[in-house]
Structures are given as structure tokens and as C-alpha cells.
Write a protein that binds this ligand. Structure first.
Ligand SMILES: NC(=O)c1ccc[n+]([C@@H]2O[C@H](COP(=O)([O-])OP(=O)(O)OC[C@H]3O[C@@H](n4cnc5c(N)ncnc54)[C@H](O)[C@@H]3O)[C@@H](O)[C@H]2O)c1
Length: 241
């Protein structure tokens, strides 16, 4: 059953990984989808180039997407960067850049799209992508990234209040997902998943992007019509394990 028929949805970071899997799933469910990203990658649908960390760029991209789709009633914020560095090696620039893309970027896309979402009538949605590490870090070495994702989780709850009752706002918190972002540390030279990493998960494996897209679909479609302000771990049991 198509769950997004007639919906008009912008996916920031939709050219790769979780965002791309979501864009493709949403299209299969009948949505009109626009992807906002730095480059189109393999996405062959409606594309608007933009840098989520730059307010002017976001404003132009959202205007173009809204004009092309005839409005917007859904947003997914999947643009993000990972940064791994211990405390002593985390420069102010690295910290700022990580927060600029992951936290400010999410805010800027929400701010720019909110008028269109509010004008669309009831049933509009925003799904942000946080991380399980924004709830419970897995270990040392990524304080800036953890701070950015903790910020996304807290900000989602504030936005759910700001935009209620017209727009539902939720955040999905993935564990490790097999995407270009994690390729450098998820697998060894032979392509096998690092067993130490897999063992952090009750399900003993990382997720595939489609498994995140399915949760994002649930929070975007009408089946979650009474759900707002939640942080949903989709992490193979990592945060309780
Ligand atoms: N892969 C994981 O294990 C994992 C785990 C937890 C959370 N996440 C989060 O999920 C989201 C998606 O990650 P992914 O694994 O699909 O990564 P990915 O690298 O495959 O995709 C990220 C996308 O964001 C885009 N992007 C990055 N900076 C941008 C900018 N300034 N402006 C516009 N677009 C920009 C990239 O071009 C890319 O298309 C990120 O927020 C990431 O932090 C990923």
C-alpha cells in the first residue's frame, strides 16, 4: 500500500546513504520527492543543490524545491558529517564545522521550510536524523559529533512544541549503518564487519540504510499521526545492550 500518495517531501542529504534510501522508498510510496544536497550523486529525481550549513544557500534551495513541487508537507534532515577526534585533537574549527552541518544545518532547513509546512495544512512532518551516540556515546573519540547529535535530539523536542499542532517533528537515532559515512571503520580490509563493533549490538550487526528508511517512513506517514517529539532509536538494541 502506498503510504505517501500526494505528499511533497524535501530530503536534505538525500544523495547518499540513509537519505538516498529514504528518497527512493518515499518515491515508491507515491511521494513527490526533492533532494537537497551538495551534489546529486546517484539520485535521478528532482535535485536542488545546497549547503545546509549556509542560510542563504538553504533559502534558495528550499525556494526552488517548494516552487518545483508546488509546496512542501514533509522534510527529512539526513545531511550530516562524521568527525572522529579525541579531545586534544578537536580543534575549534572541527567542533564548529561539525555543529554547523549537523545541528545548525538541521535548524536552517527546518526554519526555511516551516512556512511551507505550516501552510500545507495538518499532517505535515519533519524527521531529523540524530544518532544513538546522542543518547549514549559508545566510547571516547567523537565528542564534537556526539554534541551535535545530542543537540539535534533536544532541538527536535523544542521544534515539536514550536510547530504543534500542525507539524509533527521526530528524530530517528541510528546505530551504525552501512553507508559511505562508516565505510572506513565498519569493515576490515577483507570487507568483514569489525566483530568488536558488531558485538555492541544485541542484533550483532550494523543496519542497512533501508532499515532506517522504513522507520523514517513510519514517522512521515499518517500511521504515526499521534507521534511527535520522540527520539526513536533504530540501533539493533545498542542503547539498551
Ligand atoms: N551511517 C551511520 O552509521 C550513522 C549513524 C548514526 C547517525 N547517522 C546520521 O545519519 C545521517 C546520514 O548519514 P549517512 O550515513 O547516510 O551518510 P552519507 O555520508 O552516506 O550521507 C550524508 C549526505 O549528507 C550530505 N551532506 C553532508 N554535508 C552537507 C552539507 N553541508 N550540505 C548538504 N548536504 C550535505 C552528503 O553530501 C551526503 O549525501 C547523518 O546525519 C549521520 O550523522 C549515520
Amino acid at each position: 500500500m502506498a503510504r505517501l500518495t500526494g505528499r511533497k517531501i524535501l530530503i536534505a542529504g538525500g544523495a547518499s546513504g540513509i537519505g538516498q534510501a529514504t528518497a527512493e522508498l518515499f518515491r515508491r510510496h507515491g511521494a513527490a520527492v526533492a533532494v537537497l544536497d551538495r551534489s546529486a550523486g546517484e539520485w535521478d529525481g528532482l535535485f536542488v543543490r545546497g549547503d545546509v550549513a549556509d542560510a542563504v544557500s538553504v533559502g534558495k534551495a528550499v525556494e526552488a524545491a517548494g516552487a518545483a513541487l508546488g509546496g512542501l508537507d514533509g522534510v527529512v534532515n539526513a545531511a550530516g558529517i562524521f568527525s572522529a577526534a579525541g579531545l586534544a585533537d578537536t580543534s575549534a574549527d572541527l567542533f564548529s564545522r561539525t555543529l554547523a552541518v549537523n545541528l545548525l544545518g538541521t535548524f536552517l532547513v527546518v526554519q526555511a521550510t516551516a512556512p511551507l509546512l505550516l501552510a500545507s495544512g495538518a499532517g505535515a512532518t519533519i524527521v531529523n536524523i540524530g544518532s544513538g551516540v546522542g543518547i549514549t556515546p559508545t566510547g571516547p573519540g567523537s565528542t564534537a559529533y556526539v554534541a551535535s547529535k545530542g543537540g539535534v535530539i533536544a532541538m527536535t523536542k523544542a521544534l515539536a512544541m514550536e510547530l504543534a499542532p500542525s507539524v509533527r517533528v521526530n528524530v530517528v537515532c541510528p546505530g551504525a549503518v552501512d553507508t559511505p559515512m562508516t565505510r572506513s571503520f565498519l569493515r576490515d580490509a577483507s570487507g568483514a564487519v569489525d566483530p568488536a563493533l558488531a558485538n555492541r549490538y544485541a542484533l550483532r550487526r550494523p543496519a542497512q540504510p533501508d532499515e532506517l528508511a522504513a522507520a523514517i517512513l513510519f514517522l512521515t506517514c499518517a500511521e504515526s499521526s499521534f507521534v511527535t517529539g520522540i527520539a526513536l532509536p533504530v540501533d539493533g538494541g545498542r542503547t539498551f545492550h
